[in-house]
Write a protein that binds this ligand. Structure first.
Ligand SMILES: C=C(O[C@@H]1C=C(C(=O)O)C=C[C@H]1O)C(=O)O
Length: 375
């Protein structure tokens, strides 16, 4: 590159690096100033709390607003989402000063649910891997964790029924959602890679959902391989490391954790393969300005039941984003519908539609209103 105003390379770089050092110093000072404000927020919350009342430090609606504003005002050259991710981490550190948070997730370590937990809360939280979706619910209900993270639907494979069913018997609220692009990789031990065709793996471990999301790729590339479903992709990676002749389909995080090689990357059949996760907790969330509400309603199996159930949403102009049907396990709940809608339960038209729906059904539960995923 030529530029007449440049002196020597060393001198130009020296000046720029001095400037970067000075900017870094200011950023650091400002970030700590922000953290002091967050500490004062905690003091104010404590001061005004009623005796015996537990203070709510984490405010998902406020965090969503902060992140949305960061993205709106961003002028570049950094991309808006990249800057929002930095602010996600800054807020995570600030909140940890107010209250160190424990997050239960569907483990073990290295699962996509753990990635979703960190994407949503940032890295200044203590993540606790649980053995099952039910255990995540139990841990949050018992107070061992402040919040839980569970998968709820995948764009290729559909709904995760375990999660929906867990809400039926639980008093927990949905406090947020996270969407994660899911990339699956075909993982092998180094030894298997080196031996090549002779030592081809005879079996592949993965979670049933992931096997399904890579079905066509497996049919085309490893038609004879035995496909074995296990409890998680991390467990699949662990087995591929321990057992002879075994491969795994799992994430990059699992590959790193269990020291496996990515033999083929991004083998998911759908290029936009995305999983949506829910944040569950005991607290309710206020209006953020761009929210969703999830309902669980049950109705008798009679003609036109679903039509009548949904009519109030149409009449009040409330958009539905998803509806899932599950068979009821008890006699009273013949059909259970999980309904996601746009808006917050404290907004007038949503409240009105919900009240009308409640009159139509045999059972009704609002699982929570929460900010739409920002990142
Ligand atoms: C500072 C607050 O508490 C927490 C920390 C936030 C932050 O760092 O911006 C935002 C919301 C809360 O989760 C607050 O309530 O404003």
């Amino acid at each position: 590159m030529t530029n007449n105003s440049f002196t020597t390379e060393a001198e130009e770089l020296g000046k720029l690096r001095d400037e970067i050092d000075s900017v870094d110093q200011q950023i650091q000072q400002l970030v700590n100033q922000r953290a002091q404000c967050a500490q004062k927020v905690a003091d104010v919350k404590e001061h005004f709390s009623k005796p015996g009342e537990s203070v709510v430090f984490y405010r998902p609606e406020r965090e969503a607003q902060v992140l949305r504003r960061v993205m709106e005002r961003n002028q570049g050259p950094l991309p808006a989402e990249g800057v929002a991710r930095l602010f996600r981490e800054i807020m995570s550190q600030c909140l940890a000063l107010e209250e160190p948070m424990k997050i239960a997730y569907l483990g073990p370590e290295g699962t996509f649910t753990q990635q979703a937990a960190l994407k949503h809360f940032g890295h200044a939280v203590e993540c606790q891997g649980q053995g099952s979706i039910e255990d995540v619910f139990r841990e949050v209900e018992a107070g061992g964790a402040n919040f839980g993270v569970v998968p709820v639907e995948n764009s290729t494979e559909g709904v995760i029924t375990h999660t929906l069913d867990s809400f039926v018997g639980s008093n927990l609220n949905i406090c947020g959602e996270v969407a994660l692009r899911i990339h699956h990789h075909f993982l092998l031990k180094e030894a298997l890679l080196k031996k090549g065709a002779v030592a081809n793996p005879t079996k592949v471990y993965s979670h049933a959902q992931s096997l399904a999301q890579c079905r066509q790729w497996l049919d085309a590339n490893w038609p004879g391989i035995e496909r074995i479903a296990v409890s998680s992709n991390a467990e699949a990676a662990r087995r591929a490391q321990e057992e002879e002749g075994a491969a795994a389909i799992a994430s990059e995080a699992a590959a790193e954790l269990y020291n496996l090689n990515i033999a083929t990357a991004n083998i998911e059949d759908m290029p936009d393969n995305t999983t949506r996760f829910l944040i569950i907790g005991k607290q309710t969330t206020e209006i953020s300005g761009d929210d969703k509400t999830s309902l669980l309603v049950a109705s008798k199996n009679k003609p036109g039941a679903l039509y009548h159930l949904l009519a109030p949403f149409h009449e009040e102009g409330v958009s539905l984003t998803r509806i899932e049907t599950r068979p009821s396990k008890s006699g009273t709940w013949n059909y259970i519908f999980f309904i996601d809608l746009e808006g917050h339960q404290n907004e007038e038209k949503v409240a009105k539609a919900m009240a009308l729906v409640q009159q139509q059904c045999t059972d009704f539960k609002c699982l929570g209103s929460y900010p739409k995923a920002v990142l």
